[in-house]
Design a protein around this ligand. Structure first.
Ligand SMILES: [Zn+2]
Length: 372
């Protein structure tokens, strides 16, 4: 995640803070110091309220971090490396290097987070009820932390993927159905329905009760909906292309044009074959690629005497890939650099295929329909 800075390392796991967290830190401290604590315990100096507000916010922060460490330590014990932990506006994410490969592992890793929060709630709540004098500001701070941990455990158990509850739900369907992709689709669908319900409820309480808490519900619902959709499409993507070589998915039925062809001749190619681009080849030498877009940029009256050689994208500016490359990696690269198509060539320069993003999107769609 961008806009984060590294805070520390815990058991070699980098812990980062997203800048949005600083805003939350400020808002949290202010509302505790100016609103909550003066209400709970009267008659103290503003320094005491502020100090307690900041300490409590730090304890809340530590609670979120502990929740993520719960996930992380169990993941490590299951041999899943953790890339990093990022703490941001609504909590945190422990980013795993790879997804759990079995339903049982996912269940364990996921359950560890809410269980950690429950444990913290019980410890701090127990401390408050059994050991701390009521009515004192420090006791109230501990009690506040206890409640935050309880809320964190319960909120994360809402079965809206990718929240912990949604992941637990997925691991159970996955375990019984033996199909991760299908289980994810069901979990994401349920999660989306819950998100829409939360957003709808948010609108209702804003319009009928004037309750501005609805804004948070709408925002939260939208975030969860987005996160669910994107984690599903990432999964489909990985599942479609994992271990697949470029040679498997490239189009081999190559139609090439000569660099000497005029644009008027080129038009016939576009009309006849309906491709968006053609490799430009003369003899056994590949010169580059010519696209419909490049042709359209030349005024029509110049088409009879302009040749393909004048407008093509030369080979050195074209993305060239090896047929043995990993399809998933290539596709990521094309998406990142916004490249529409790539030429597939052997090491000796022989042109063997063409890979286009539209072909790959079609493949993903087909996989989504047939793959299950
Ligand atoms: Zn969690």
């Amino acid at each position: 995640m961008n806009n984060s800075f590294r805070l520390m390392y815990i058991r070699d796991i980098p812990v980062e803070i997203h800048i949005s967290w600083l805003l939350i830190f400020f808002l949290f401290s202010i509302s505790l110091a100016q609103g909550y604590f003066p209400l709970m315990v009267e008659g103290l100096s503003s320094q005491v309220y502020w100090a307690t507000g900041i300490i409590t916010t730090l304890l809340v922060f530590a609670s979120v971090l502990t929740h993520e460490l719960g996930h992380s330590f169990v993941a490590l014990s299951e041999n899943i490396p953790i890339k990093k932990i990022t703490l941001f506006i609504f909590g945190g994410v422990a980013q795993m290097e790879e997804e759990p490969t079995s339903a049982k592992t996912e269940l364990k890793v996921t359950a560890a987070g809410p269980l950690t929060s429950f444990a913290l709630a019980v410890i701090t709540g127990g401390l408050y009820y059994l050991a701390l004098p009521p009515g004192q500001i420090l006791s109230e701070a501990i009690f506040f932390v206890a409640r935050v941990n309880l809320i964190m455990a319960v909120f994360n158990l809402v079965p809206a993927f990718p929240l912990d509850g949604g992941r637990l739900f997925r691991s159970i369907i996955w375990y019984f159905g033996k199909n991760m992709l299908k289980a994810t689709r069901i979990a994401v669908t349920v999660g989306s329905m819950l998100s829409f319900f939360a957003m709808g409820f948010g609108f209702v309480i804003i319009f009928f009760q004037g309750n501005l808490f609805g804004i948070w519900l709408i925002f939260l619902g939208w975030m969860i909906y987005q996160a669910g959709q994107s984690s599903y499409s990432q999964l489909v993507f990985k599942d479609t292309f994992s271990g697949v070589k470029v040679s498997k998915i490239m189009s081999t039925n190559l139609q090439t044009v000569s660099p000497d062809a005029t644009l008027e001749e080129l038009v016939d190619y576009f009309l006849r074959y309906k491709y968006g681009a053609f490799p430009v080849v003369y003899g056994s030498t590949t010169h580059g690629i010519v696209t419909l877009q490049e042709m359209k940029e030349v005024p029509r009256e110049k088409w009879p005497y302009t040749t393909v050689a004048h407008i093509l994208t030369p080979l050195k500016e074209t993305m060239v890939i090896n047929p043995d490359s990993d399809a998933a990696e290539v596709m990521m690269k094309m998406a990142n650099q916004n490249i529409g198509r790539a030429l597939v060539m052997e090491d000796d320069g022989e042109l063997v295929g063409l890979l286009s993003r539209t072909d790959m999107m079609r493949l993903i769609q087909m996989h989504m329909v047939l793959g299950e």
